[in-house]
Design a protein around this ligand. Sequence first.
Ligand code: PMP
Length: 352
Amino acid sequence: MSRFWSPIVEKLTPYVAGEQPKMTNLVKLNTNENPYPPSPKAIAAIQQSSQQHLQLYPDPNSDRLSQAIADYYQVDNDCVFIGNGSDEVLAHTFQALLNHQQPILFPDISYSFYPTYCSLYQIDYQKVALDTDFAIDPDDYKVANGGIIFPNPNAPTGRLLALEAVQKILDSNPDSVVVVDEAYIDFGGDSAVSLVADYDNVVVIQTLSKSRALAGLRVGFAIAQPHLIDALERVKNSFNSYPLDKLAEAAATAAIEDREYFEQSCQKIITDRETLTKELTTLGFDIIPSTANFVFVSHKTMKAEEIAQKLRNESIIVRYFNQPRIDNMLRITIGTTEQCRLLVTQLKKILK
Ligand code: PMP
């Protein structure tokens, strides 16, 4: 701390990102990245665009990417907002749309960045407890509030809220913005983008970091009606009017357009998630049903922290949260088929 710090910075508890180890020989199952590379067309697009006018600034509106996303979801391109990773889109959303007089609501177990944005922008919040089976109950979101945000599927639980339940939350809160953070939606859920035309209060946020394997480039987007997108644009243009650099825009556009590669790699992860779920169950784990690229598990006899440490000794890293109610849970990212097999082999040894 320094006497020059502003009071907001003094009180800020910064977000702590998941570990990104420097060693390359680890089986990295701790931060929900895609274990497969991005579409070859995205790599080719980076190579091609790196030879084109990097001395010039990029398109301030990322129009090509915005149009590709609009085409993919069949919405107008003025319903799309682009940012450097969905974290940036979320930051703008908190500032532009969730900063009202009343506290905002989010699940008590959800993305740990939400409280950080609240303290950064001085937004009051109330955490809403999940059900005993870690599900979000839409009826808990009927109280007066300054906005609602939840990941769907939820993180770190992996549990999906059905589209009808999302709709129920929207119906009970016509005067609040409801943000659906769909970082993991492509691994088996139905996107709330289909509700955007009918609801003037929904913002759907997605990322290219997970299902499109572009975490290293930082690309995310929001889809909502233009009056909400305008608010995000106003905030964005008050910071920095270049959401993406040229290489990121080119790669992201190619990745969105390459539907075949996207569908195949999501399907591979879904298949491996189902196989891993069965194998972990046989090994004595309790597993929350997941529609994400990770599973959230606890073991019937061995403590989560001990399992995490023993896996680490075998160069496999998974995510352990030292946090009330989930301190005996592990979040395990679905790796390649081979990495999943290796995980099961090591767990068999550890649990013997
Ligand atoms: N939302 C949720 C629920 C997440 O888990 C993550 C990834 N940590 C993000 C948003 C941010 O993803 P990115 O900034 O890579 O788009």
